[in-house]
Write a protein that binds this ligand. Structure first.
Ligand SMILES: [Zn+2]
Length: 182
């Protein structure tokens, strides 16, 4: 059923002609702003705004609906045009399907890329861990060898000091003997 209000034609659809699912809309400079040429009000009692549908088989159809932009928007809706002819609906459906497929394929690519990046990150972390373990092992081995060398040097120093002390004593004894003889 159509109604004329101040020269504009509204298409009223069945029993829920003023209420129902409000489709997603798209900015359109040709058809936007508050609809001042109507006495219709939304459920909030507010002046409706002009919108252009951007969803499914209603894409491109003009309508007026609640002026609230967030989730509080009420379900008042009134179409300007009747539903598109079946050929147009089919074409729109095919276009949205193609878009959905493109989106799905894009999401799959993104998922695969993210998985690959995650794998590379884990691989790099594992390699870093391996290198750190290897360095720790080399350092431990070096410290062990250093300790062995220190112990050897300490032993040699000890024996050297003992031998020097013995030689000094021997020289002392020899000197005393020599002194007694003379
Ligand atoms: Zn409203």
């Amino acid at each position: 059923m159509r109604v004329e209000l101040k020269g504009l034609t509204y298409e009223l659809q069945g029993s829920c002609r003023f209420y129902g699912k409000v489709p997603i809309d798209i900015d359109n400079v040709e058809f936007c702003g508050v609809e001042v040429d109507t006495k219709l009000k939304c459920r909030h009692g507010l002046q409706p705004v002009r919108r252009v549908a951007f969803e499914g088989t209603d894409t491109g159809r003009r309508f007026i609906s609640c002026c609230i932009e967030d989730a509080d928007r009420c379900d008042f809706i009134c179409w300007y045009e009747p539903e598109w002819p079946m050929t147009m609906k089919n074409a729109l459906q095919a276009l949205w399907k193609k878009l959905d497929e493109k989106e799905q394929s894009m999401y799959c690519e993104i998922d695969s890329l993210l998985n690959h990046m995650l794998y590379e990150k884990l691989k790099a972390e594992k390699e870093k861990e391996d290198v750190e373990t290897e360095i720790a092992e080399i350092v431990a081995e070096f410290e062990e060898k250093l300790q062995v060398m220190r112990t050897t040097v300490e032993k040699k120093n000890k024996w050297f000091m003992i031998s020097v002390s013995c030689n000094v004593v021997m020289l002392g004894v020899l000197a005393s003997v020599f002194a007694l003889k003379t």
